[in-house]
Design a protein around this ligand. Sequence first.
Ligand code: GLN
Length: 192
Amino acid sequence: MRKPIGVLALQGDVREHRATFERLGVETIEVKHASQLNEIRGLVLPGGESTVIEKLSKIYGLFEPIREAIANGLPAFGTCAGLIMLANKIEDAIAGQEGFGGLDAVVRRNAFGHQVDSFEADLAFSGIEGSVHAAFIRAPLIESVGVGVEVVSSLPGGGIVGVRQGNLLGISFHPEVTGEDRIHALFDDMCA
Ligand code: GLN
């Protein structure tokens, strides 16, 4: 039997991710314990607040197990705060902030400032036909990527907002709040 996809359920928009997979007919579970990492074929790191996700994952004993699972090849999909959690280097982090890492990229938190906290944009996304309607909510920006990282989406004016590296997919925006299901379908394929 096929394992479900896990959604890290400590903080953030867990429900929206699960609803997106449900529309695709993909089974999901909420991950709150390290033992569940063996029961899933991929892990979604939702948007929310990266500093809170870090703290809660440490309190719940999930931080090191997730770090290891990702390093050992568990497919992971980070959106917004989840992308920050995947980045090997975080700019504008709070003091001592760390993520799970694995993604050879530099990601800047809150890169679009405070006045224009949120906006929507239509983006090209490699592997998806037409455009992707994306919501950016106090979003991070991918400032640079290593050689093994494929840029899959950029803003119309430039600025990297989607990357893929082996088992990892990271995006700055929230497709799960705009009814855009195709990136989740793509991740489901990565977890096959
Ligand atoms: N600004 C948040 C952070 O630093 C991310 C925002 C989001 O996930 N929508 O984690």
